[in-house]
Write a protein that binds this ligand. Sequence first.
Ligand code: IPE
Ligand code: IPE
Ligand code: MG
Length: 246
Amino acid sequence: MNLKENIKLNRLPKHIAIIMDGNGRWAKQQGMMRAFGHENGTKSVRQTVEACAELGVENLTLYAFSTENWKRPKLEVQTLMKLLVSSLKKEISTLQDNNIKLSAIGNLKTLPNKVHNELQDVINKTKDNSRMTLTLALSYGSREELLNTVKEISIKVKNNIISPENIEESIINKHLYTQNLPDVDLLIRTSGEQRISNFLLWQIAYAELYFTKILWPDFTKQHLYEAIIEYQKRERRFGKTSEQLS
Ligand code: IPE
Ligand code: IPE
Ligand code: MG
């Protein structure tokens, strides 16, 4: 059965976010080093990006490196950073061919120069692409993002640019790294872990959560289709009653 045909194209999530987890365990299962899992994870990234673009999903956000991931062994962090640079170099043509715009969220200035420069280069080159926005969360932590937001708004209050009684949700939205993105509709986490790990806490307030035991390097287009089909079966009530929706 071709799962893709069961997806209702008029009811696609506008924003899918994925916690790509399980690379290390995948490698360990094959008696390999963790780095092998990260390398193979890039294939799943390509599959997912392609599948989303082909379907017409407008926004895909991938959690690639968290603020907490800096605490991993130095060698693993280095491997991940090297992999980022090589993937960016390799994938730029795919992004251009498919009219995909690359974006990044997180504390990007903490990334090594090489990563930062390569990232900026791909972001600049793809800035006019319009089919889909692919956002990489790099050195991203939701609490840090919210802290920055509070600081920026406080400064504006202090300088009389904003008055406290006018602080609304939309003002907070405008100060987040995700200011140009809609709220997340579907959040997927692979590897069987059922936690959020400091990802998009504000933005997932009403997202549908989907957890799968598949380890990230095994994740294919078919798994993404399964997640979207499951999403389309859910009734999103946003606090209302079922009767109010129909
Ligand atoms: C996800 O896989 C990749 C990153 C967090 C960078 P992990 O490296 O967390 O793999 P597990 O969870 O140890 O299996
Ligand atoms: C979350 O995965 C971060 C990314 C996928 C980049 P982790 O593997 O770091 O999460 P925890 O620490 O197990 O919650
Ligand atoms: Mg993990």
